[in-house]
Design a protein around this ligand. Sequence first.
Ligand code: 13P
Ligand code: SF4
Length: 367
Amino acid sequence: MLDLFKETNSNLPPISSDDLNDADVIKEIKALKERILPKHLVLGHHYQSNQIIQFADEIGDSLALAKKAASISKPYITFCGVHFMAETADMLTRDDQQVVLPDLNAGCSMADMANREQVDKAWSFFQASTSKKITPITYINCTASLKAFVGKNGGAICTSSNAKKIIEWAFKQGEKLLFFPDQHLGRNTCFDMGIPLDEMVVFNPNMLNGGLTPEQIDKAKVILWYGYCSVHQGFTAEQVNQFKADRPDVNVIVHPECSFEVVQAAHDAGSTSYIIDKIKDAPAGSKFAVGTEINLVNRLAEQFTDKEIISLSPYQCLCTTMYRVRPRWLLASLQAIEKDKPINVIRVPKEIREPSLIALERMLSIS
Ligand code: 13P
Ligand code: SF4
């Protein structure tokens, strides 16, 4: 399966296999990492493959990695994750530090489901539809220009680990919430906080006025954006119910980017770190069917051999954009850093960084 993705990755590797075979790429990364250690650090998201995670100095979820980036003093950071994470790291580091994303094509399909023009247009429609205050909250999985929108409009950013705290904060600012781009995290978290589904509406940016009337906007407590993670949305309530019927001894635990039906059917739901902690703290012999990205599920199964850990889905729920960060791309990034001529540097322009930082720092102070 992994080789299939290697072949379908249309992005040509910066170092070809004619020049260096796979084993030598790994050896070279190891040696190079040692040599540039004083000036460089690798951050790796939990959904990265083991071939990359073995080189990560810090492994974490979105929140942990954002916090880590804010505390690093080394001049170079290689971010093994996706584009919005590297942008966030760039905004939280000093101007003289450089954040590198090994493959610039490592994006996030959910982050691409809301752009600034759509959000500005939607915001004008909301303002014209209600006199009540709306606080915008964006999931960290979005471009920096949306983080800037939120910063400018009195809102904050959240991750899946702190969504509840941030939404509680938002409701202290005003009566209504706009949550984007992930409808599922917004709906699951708000429902968990006691907000009924009939007080939530979904704004679809591909429809005129989002498919909503001004009256619906005025009435709703929560406006969700029609966005989703294609990896997590792939899990189904049927899979959960089948597991519960066939394997009553297994705990079904899922990420809140899964649909409402999946989260409701599962035994438990929580962020990437929540899932990891639950599995780590469970007694030997515990059994879990996990609804999240496959690289993490496989790694948990390898780490906790005294427990049974399997994927909730029989299909490969791989985040293909995370998977774009491959050893050959990492090696090319490190080679460029060694020469102090970094490639694939992520730099957010000042006019976007400043308002984004307001929203990011708000998040970090609340969580
Ligand atoms: P967390 O790391 O916040 O759990 O987010 C999951 C995810 O989909 C990252 O893109
Ligand atoms: Fe985006 Fe989903 Fe991949 Fe996370 S797992 S980077 S939300 S597509």
